[in-house]
Design a protein around this ligand. Structure first.
Ligand SMILES: Cc1cc2nc3c(=O)[nH]c(=O)nc-3n(C[C@H](O)[C@H](O)[C@H](O)COP(=O)(O)O)c2cc1C
Length: 414
């Protein structure tokens, strides 16, 4: 494993690297988190702890995988609840971790079911030596009424619970946001007003992962019933990136961010960092591949930084944000074409079909040679031909800017 310094500071706490377990079954016990630290994780958000006054029972089965063609676990749906362990057991585990891994920050996710419980949780966790608190305002499928995402969608309640935690601890507080909302910066600003020092996003996306065509029951089938519940994994990464970038662009917010949703590779993690995350969390990637995924992340990010001559991870944080604009900022005089490297064409005809049925109808087709006949003047540069073309690495079809090319005149009905 590389010896490069990937350390980064967030909310006054220094992490050996930006890669953290997110709060979920992958961070359920001290033994598990310790193994993740041993593999290289720079920190962990401990599975959401509660005060122990409400019995937590997980539905069975509690997860359903979403496979797309031969690709396993593109997404994951779960109805898992917060920790079903006692408060005392969880506190003992956190104490153990802080004793044996003093340089690995442990963030403890908490969820109260009353104002009093939020205070009690904050005080109890602080005594363990934990480094930070994450407030779970975002689980979309809690079976306990008025908790999780319901709080994240009721901004004043979110602010008041954050304030109670603030009044009961001197630890840094990050508030974990739900993506199941119109504008994620709104609840984040309420959290800031309540005293949050940072924001994490996203928790799972409320979804239905699929329906059994024989029983008409969506997955997971819990004794004949299902529910709209939390969706995670690679399929949600674009939503997570958008949420983090929105939070990073919000000048009034101006708080450190921890990004998550679909991180499985060092490039996924880098994308979150470039969108403004100081740390990056993950669950579904670990469910799919185990704690070992962090080794590739450390190596990949280190090599990337070396290749760019970047010495500190913090120099990468938010570097993509100035490049994200409202669409009305686009230069519409900038036009181009799809450029074909026909020597490498395999003659499958997919570009021709997609251009005819969903694009600008600008490709001709040479039947004898089985080759597309591009027409630069007609090409609308939608680029869908390149998305279906099987010849990649390097791509056979690529975008090329054509200076002076006029905008395309749209078709009119005949
Ligand atoms: C089975 C499961 C249980 C989870 N439990 C919690 C939880 O207790 N607290 C919490 O804040 N988030 C919980 N999450 C959400 C994850 O921490 C994370 O926000 C989400 O899965 C998106 O990240 P990913 O795509 O890397 O999984 C859970 C996710 C899964 C899949």
């Amino acid at each position: 494993m590389t010896g490069k310094d990937l350390s980064i500071e967030m909310c006054g706490v220094r992490f050996p690297n930006p890669f953290l377990l997110s709060s979920s079954p992958v961070s359920n016990t001290a033994e598990m988190v310790a193994r993740a630290f041993d593999r290289g994780f720079g920190g962990a958000v401990f599975k959401t702890v509660h005060a122990g006054r409400t019995k937590i029972i997980h539905p069975s089965p509690r997860m359903a995988g979403y496979d797309y063609e031969s690709q396993k676990l593109v997404g994951l749906q779960n109805v898992e609840q917060i920790s079903d362990r006692s408060f005392e057991d969880n506190l003992a585990d956190i104490r153990y971790l802080k004793k044996h891994y003093p340089n690995h920050p442990v963030i403890v996710s908490i969820m109260g079911f009353s104002e009093e419980e939020w205070g009690l949780l904050a005080r109890g966790v602080e005594e363990t030596g934990a480094d930070m608190l994450e407030l779970n305002f975002s689980c979309p499928h809690m079976t306990v009424e008025g908790s999780g995402m319901k709080v994240g969608q009721a901004f004043e309640l979110l602010e008041s619970f954050t304030r109670i935690v603030r009044e009961n601890t001197s630890l840094p507080i990050i508030a974990k946001m739900t993506p199941n909302i119109t504008d994620i910066t709104e609840p984040a600003l309420y959290a800031k007003r309540g005293g949050a020092d940072g924001i994490s996003a996203i928790n799972t996306v409320s979804a239905l992962v699929g329906i059994d065509p024989d029983t008409y029951i969506p997955h997971p089938n819990v004794a004949g019933k299902s529910a709209m519940s939390g969706y995670s994994g690679p399929a949600v990464k674009p939503i997570g990136l958008r949420c983090i970038a929105q939070l990073a662009q919000c000048k009034e917010l101006d708080l450190p961010l921890s990004g998550l949703g679909g991180v499985e590779t060092w490039i996924d993690a880098l994308e979150y960092i470039l969108c403004g995350s100081s740390t990056v969390q993950m669950t579904t990637g670990v469910i799919h591949y185990g704690y070992g995924i962090v080794e590739d992340m450390i190596e990949g990010l280190s090599d990337f930084m070396d290749s760019k001559g970047i010495s500190k991870v913090s120099d990468l944080v938010g570097k993509a944000v100035p490049n994200i604009h409202p669409t009305d900022a686009f230069d519409l005089d900038y036009q181009g074409v799809a450029r074909y490297d026909l020597d490498r064409c395999v003659g499958c005809g997919q570009c021709y079909i997609v251009c005819r049925d969903a694009g600008g109808q600008c490709l001709g087709w040479n039947r004898e040679e089985r080759r597309p006949i591009p027409d630069d003047g007609k090409c609308v540069s939608c680029m869908i031909c390149s998305f279906v073309c099987p010849v990649s690495d390097p791509p056979m079809i690529s975008y090329e800017h054509v200076p002076g090319k006029k905008e395309i005149v749209p078709p009119v009905s005949s």
